[in-house]
Design a protein around this ligand. Sequence first.
Ligand code: AMP
Length: 221
Amino acid sequence: MDRTMKTLKRFVLVGAPASGKGTQSSFLSEKYDLKPLSTGALLRAEVAAQSPLGLEAKKYMDAAQFVPDEVVNGIVAQWLGNNKDCGCLLDGYPRTVAQAKTLDANLEKMGLGVDIVVYLNVSPELIEARMLKRKACPKCGETTRNGEELCPKCGTPMIVRTDDNPEAFAKRRKDYETLTLPVVEHYRAQGKVVQIDVTEEGEPEVVSARIASAVAAYCQA
Ligand code: AMP
């Protein structure tokens, strides 16, 4: 397969809630010059702005449920159409095999496809330990793990996500395992998955470096 850093343009990042996906999304976007789309951050911004989309999405998000496919697929298709020519990184989408198939079909219509899926496989014990310390910025979507009061990127007061209580978290974890992990297998069958196993807490930079080597190896494969 003809893969070079130049032909890698459409990245998908998959990881459980609190796997460090937000941090690694920032790393990947900077390193490979990708425009990121986090569907979760976009939906939270719509909720904060109390837009019609936000008011609709809030019902599902507060209940730790997935926002309906037609809503999310529509947002992403429009965004991809506006960003055909740049490298991009999808974070939090596709979240189900149905969404993955829609994404593949939408990209195919544009003569494009998913080029690489970075799968952050973080152990459940680590995820649980991190979850309670997590905060999110309602304005720019930045997430932090150390209880920061203000967003390190834009200075907005950080919030604890309404879907980060233990019950909601357990539900999101289960949905991730039953509905989102099959997305990894969908793309593994296409030979597009780079898997990073994380079993011990460490600096995010260490995980970033491992991702960079795995992406480089994927290009040489
Ligand atoms: P996240 O920040 O990715 O954990 O997303 C937060 C919440 O936004 C999720 O629990 C869902 O309610 C909603 N959401 C984000 N992305 C999607 C998606 N691809 N499909 C359905 N719901 C989504």
